[in-house]
Ligand binder design. Sequence first.
Ligand code: LLP
Length: 437
Amino acid sequence: MFGNGNLKVNAAGHLEIGGCDAIELAKEYGTPLYVMDEMIIRNNCRRYKEAMDKYYDGYGLVLYASKAFCTLAICKIVEQEGLGLDVISGGELFTAAKAGFPMDKIHFHGNNKTPDEIEMGIDYGVGRFVVDNHVELETIERIAREKNKRVEISIRIKPGIDAHTHEFIKTGQIDSKFGVALENGEAHEMVAEIKKIDNVELVGVHCHIGSQIFELAPFEHAAEILLNFIADVKEKYGITIKELNLGGGFGIKYTEKDDPLEYDQFIEAVSKVVKKICKEKGLGRIFMLMEPGRSIVAPAGITLYTVGNVKDIKGARKYVSVDGGMTDNPRYALYQAEYTAVLASNPKAPKTDIVTIAGKCCESGDLVARDIKLQKTQTGDIVAVLATGAYNYSMSMNYNRNTRPPVVLVNNGKPRLIVKREDYMDIIRNDIIPDDL
Ligand code: LLP
């Protein structure tokens, strides 16, 4: 067992995921190929749900942050596991609706929801709008009034916490495009404004401090800050906020350097803080939500590539070029993200090379991993990049008019296609040659 505990080496000496031989998968579906292990996704959902039951008496809901990986099949799996869903766009909401996801368990996020998206959310009857700003509040109020509907909302608060993670994925500090701040009174102004409106009801507060975080303290701290705010709101405005959403952001293992906590520990730690402060401040019982994305799906996924050319540049670097790259995994290009890779035909062989896995785009920064250890590889080999289940497919793109890879769900030796490979017709599907051109 290696990777995040879901990978094996089979009798043929090949990499195995979900009981399927990676080399066979590559043959059957072609490369690049995303492979997702269904049981890992389900087990991770269960892990969070059980922790909510155990440490918080089940008085809460775990929402899967679908931005990490959103398809019809994943929405179905998440629903079957009893989780709710965090969506961030009309597209994610549409996907959830088409998968038959219960709307009351959907929380609609986003720092700049368009009026169309807001209308869609109201028409679909999403459980909660997580309101980011005044313009959004006004738009919700106007559309709800026109439709004679009442909308339940949470407000997204910047608790002023600086989590230790990459600049682009931290969100809790005052200098962030997300939500309203506490320090400068914005959050209070928002509450005062909501109080004046009668078709919008304030039921919750929300924060998300960042992503790929390995410590408990920032979450405990965030809980404390938001509960103090809930107490303030009760005292100043007479509004009882009954829901606390502490977001996601729990870190996972990409390389040996990462030392993630057990997922239960986050819920265990914040549950203690929430119970204690609620008691001290006489807040009663607060319904608790958490929104893990990455930690549910990232460890379940791998990406299989075929090696094209290998350039061993004397005095510089050894490049192993693969048939994908930033178009299926832009995370190195965006965050200098680090990954582990193995030779799928012989993952047990010693990693004797230091290589840079390069993509096929016309872009020097198109790398999947830089200077990592790998077995000796040659043209035609299948390389597996591990822990790619989150923010890979969901962030994929068609740069250079490359087609997006398919996604195969594996379980108990059985592969099932859940996203098919794009073809060149998909590439030109929306192109138009005007009649007069
Ligand atoms: N809730 C909210 C409001 C969020 O903004 C996010 C992530 C999550 C939950 C889930 O966070 P997670 O558990 O997945 O860390 N593209 C970046 C990550 C961006 C995260 C955006 N928000 C990456 O590839 O690292």
